[in-house]
Design a protein around this ligand. Structure first.
Ligand code: NDP
Length: 829
């Protein structure tokens, strides 16, 4: 062994191993064999699978494979525990979460070492990043539990939630899932990844020790099939998943039409963009954190280095020098930069993709030193001469492999950055804050780090755009994923009763009006008691009823123009009593495609319009609409036979709704999160893009405007399929849009067979979200079809009282129309 004096002479690194004694003793006391944690107790071990230390390839424990019966038992335990846990005072839940945070801190070193043994990540990372962040999540969410009633008034826990997590941040992903779920009052079944179950089991013990009530947290281990059993269980109310986009897609399809709420945090191919004025030495350290942190097994890893041409060569030289000095080795050595890859199968996947990169013509470079021969190790790897369309530039490698491409202008950097189906994160490196804040909104990503990378905190939401999934984890944004509106407000029975009451009122009003008219008529036929001084002559013109009505041909409305349907068919629109009210064009797949193209073309400009501008247009629509209120009321009455009073009520409510979103357009602010850095994390509410909206049949005009107005107020463009039965109010409405300065393509209206058209929308890859209000079969179809490009969906078969502002407008609609981008901007010299 070197002496201290020698080390001072050579300044060489020496190993600084962390002891694994406590962790091995913890495993030993349990004979290294584990059952599941269900209903507050450990089950007997069943069929076991091996848990391997990837740094040594040795088995360190054996864990029970979860069967369907285990999943059933866990769901039943969670269901039993739900009423009491949900009913607990928020303060009591806050205390439990606080105790969990403390428990994690008390056992922090055990958890850190166990995590390194199980996953292969370096102790430096588990000790200084993973475990402290786990504790931070529980502290932060203890706060949300405390504030639940005031900050989420009108909302409640969803129920029993199934959570499935990956192997790359085993305990941290558990905390991201469990903390908000518990804070909101849900009960949980969590499945850790098969490669890395140990810290979850240790956590279950901590939870048990602090007295989390039985059944509130259940941990069931196993492979993909166990996960699938949780996803498919009919008594689970929500699924939260982190993992590959491929499995995310399977889960989207498996839950379609089930009514289960879903949040998905999926893969990424995040850009790391370097402009020519960036501080290149900082950039190099940033790259180390971006792609060699956790051996690159990070969903938001900065795996695509995009460099402005003028500095590319210099940066690559600096990077190679830095890579030459990185240290790969035993995860328990505090001096290593990179530990082991999680498992042989992952190592093989990385090798295979690197090989493919080479065979596709890219130049591969690795440092001169060799990795340890035993265990799953892979060296940091750099590719240059990479084509943007090549496999290694498009596919998530999930390993320490960086691909480099160059660009000339900021516009080109944005195009290159957005050139994958993913949208999880991005890093922007420049000394110009103007440039950074100009680029950040243009990147399709849920998180953007300026001159930094891989910053996480419990107070800031994390999650993706596009095929990187939907929903956020962390902060207020993340809490929304674990609550639902309190349902009792309008049960179906209540709604029907209210409708019946209004119909009755209407009938009474009609009866009174008829009596009044009859009385007037009787008075008119009675001889006058005295004659007026002058008599008016009868009108000489013909009554207008003697002339044939001028034909009104409703059309589709696409790209700001009235358009005839592609197939040249129309559909007769008949009132409930059988009166022909008009004919609506029958749109088809081609009309939808044209509408999507128009919406896409309008999206960029409309998305960047100011809130004030969008608000003005919404008010202007309301103004022009109001001038024709009588026409619309008559049309609604003719179509639905709801009676003039109710038709007028619908029109008035529609005008008010447009005002509501005119008001919101410049008020749906984001937030600045209080994160523990010297800087800010700005949460911006961004439009989703192109939204396909299939409208409800109830209140054909109000239902449509209640959805279109929040969508366009927040900067989206829309393709609207109006009420199937009563589409004519919508086709009348385009004349209002035409006179209200709505830019072409912002609202496109296609009438026709509701579900046929909705399916085309849901399958279309240039549509970014679909909303469907209708029957359950349609909901299922929409959710199934949406999986093609992992669109955001808002699909429901539950009726709403559109006339009631509490039910028919507000933040719930605005949240559905937006996605949050968190932009982290550290500052200081
Ligand atoms: P998966 O997406 O397959 O696994 C994530 C979790 O889902 C695991 O707990 C897994 O169980 C479970 N699971 C697998 N299949 C199903 C299913 N049909 N229904 C429900 N749950 C299921 O990721 P992998 O571990 O297989 O990794 C493959 C690739 O995915 C990686 O190379 C990487 O590219 C990407 N990945 C991305 C992550 C991210 O955070 N974005 C995280 C992990 C992986 P089990 O582990 O037992 O198979």
């Amino acid at each position: 062994m070197s002496t201290v004096a020698e080390i001072f002479q050579t300044m060489e690194y020496g190993p600084a191993p962390e002891s694994d004694k406590e962790a091995l003793s913890w495993l030993g006391k349990r004979e290294r064999v584990f059952g599941h944690y269900i209903g507050g107790a450990w089950t007997e071990p069943g069929q076991l699978f091996d848990v391997i230390n990837p740094a040594t390839s040795k088995t360190i424990a054996r864990v029970t494979e979860g069967s369907t019966a285990d999943v059933n038992a866990a769901v039943a335990a969670a269901r039993r525990a739900l009423p009491a846990w949900k009913g607990l005072a928020p303060h009591a839940r806050a205390r439990f979460l606080y105790a969990l945070a403390r428990g994690v801190q008390k056992h922090s070193r055990l958890l850190a070492v166990l995590e390194s043994l199980d996953n292969g990540k370096s102790i430096r990372e588990t000790r200084d990043i993973d475990i402290p962040l786990v504790a931070r999540h529980f502290y932060h969410h203890a706060g949300w539990a405390q504030l639940l009633d005031s900050e989420f008034a009108g909302y409640e826990a969803i129920g029993v939630v199934g959570q499935i997590i990956p192997w790359n941040f085993p305990l941290l992903m558990l905390a991201w899932k469990i903390a908000p779920a518990l804070a909101a009052g849900n009960t949980i079944i969590l499945k850790p990844a098969e490669f890395t179950p140990l810290t979850a089991l240790c956590f279950a013990e901590i939870a048990h020790e602090i007295g989390i009530p039985a059944g509130v947290i259940n941990i069931v281990n196993g492979h993909g099939e166990t996960g699938a059993a949780i996803v498919e269980h009919p008594d689970v109310d929500k699924i939260a998943f982190t993992g590959s986009t491929e499995v995310g897609r399977i889960i989207r399809r498996a839950t379609a039409g089930s009514g289960k709420k879903l949040s998905l945090e999926l893969g990424g191919k995040s850009p790391f963009i370097v402009y020519d004025d960036a501080d290149l030495d900082s950039v190099v350290e940033g790259v180390v954190d971006a792609i060699w942190f956790n051996q690159g097994q990070v969903c938001c890893a900065g795996s695509r280095l995009l460099v402005q041409e003028g500095v590319a060569e210099r940066l690559v030289t600096k990077l190679r020098a830095r890579m030459e000095r990185l240290r790969v080795g035993s995860p328990l050595d505090k001096a290593v930069d990179m530990g082991a890859i999680v498992a042989p199968v992952q190592l093989e996947r990385i090798r295979g993709l690197v090989q493919q990169g080479v065979s596709e013509g890219a130049s591969m470079w690795q440092p001169s030193w060799a990795c340890p021969a035993e265990g799953c190790f892979y060296p940091p790897t750099l590719f240059t001469d990479v084509q943007p369309s090549s496999t290694i530039a498009q596919v998530e490698i999930f390993g320490p492999v960086l691909v480099t491409m160059t660009f000339r202008t900021p516009e080109e950097s944005v195009a290159l950055a957005n050139n994958t189906p993913y949208g999880l994160a991005a890093s922007i490196w420049t000394e110009s804050i103007n440039l950074a804040l100009d680029i950040a909104p243009k990147i399709k990503a849920g998180v953007v780090w300026v001159n930094s990378t891989n910053l996480f905190d419990a107070a800031a939401g994390f999650g993706g755009y596009r095929e990187s999934g939907f929903g956020r984890e962390g902060g207020r944004e993340g809490m929304w994923e674990y609550v639902k509106r309190v349902e009792s407000r309008h049960s179906k029975a209540e709604l029907l009763a209210r409708r019946a009451a209004t119909i009755e009122e209407e009938a009474t009003a009609k009866e009174a009006a008829a009596k009044e008219a009859a009385a007037k008529e009787a008075a008119a036929t009675r001889p006058p008691t005295h004659l007026p001084s002058t008599l008016h002559p009868p009108p000489s013109t013909l009554p207008s009823s003697a002339l044939p009505a001028i034909d009104r041909t409703p059309k589709l409305f696409i790209g700001g123009k009235q358009a005839r349907p592609d197939q040249g068919y129309t559909r007769r629109i008949v009132s409930p009593s059988g009166v022909l009210v008009g004919e609506a064009p029958e749109g088809n797949r081609k009309d939808i495609r044209n509408a999507v193209e128009a919406a896409q073309a309008a999206a960029k400009g409309w998305g960047r319009a100011t809130g004030h501008n969008r608000g003005q247009i919404l008010y202007y629509i309301a103004e022009n609409f109001s001038a024709r209120a009588q026409d619309f009321a008559e049309r609604i009455d003719a179509m639905t036979e709801c009676g003039t009073r109710r038709a007028k009520q619908e029109v008035e409510a529609s005008i008010s709704r447009l005002f509501t979103y005119g008001a919101w357009a410049d008020k749906y602010d984001g937030a600045v999160h209080s994160v523990p850095i010297r800087g800010v994390a700005i949460a911006m509410n961004e439009p989703i893009g192109v939204i396909g909206i299939t409208c409800p049949d109830e209140h054909p005009l109000l239902g449509m405007l209640s959805l279109v107005a929040p969508a366009i107020a927040t900067g989206n463009t829309t393709i609207v399929i109006p009420s199937h039965a009563f589409p004519l109010a919508a086709t009348d409405f385009y004349s209002v849009l035409e006179t209200s300065d709505v830019p072409a393509g912002v609202v496109n209206i296609v009438t026709g067979d509701k579900d046929t058209l909705a399916k085309v929308l849901a399958e279309h890859d240039d549509v970014e979200a679909v909303w469907y209000f209708g029957a359950r079969d349609g909901v299922r179809m929409t959710e199934l079809a949406s999986a093609s490009n992992m669109k955001r969906t808002w699909a429901t078969w539950h009726e709403r009282d559109w006339l009631d502002a509490k039910d028919g407008e507000g933040r719930e609609f605005l949240r559905a129309a937006t996605q949050v981008k968190n932009v982290w901007v550290p500052y200081g010299e």
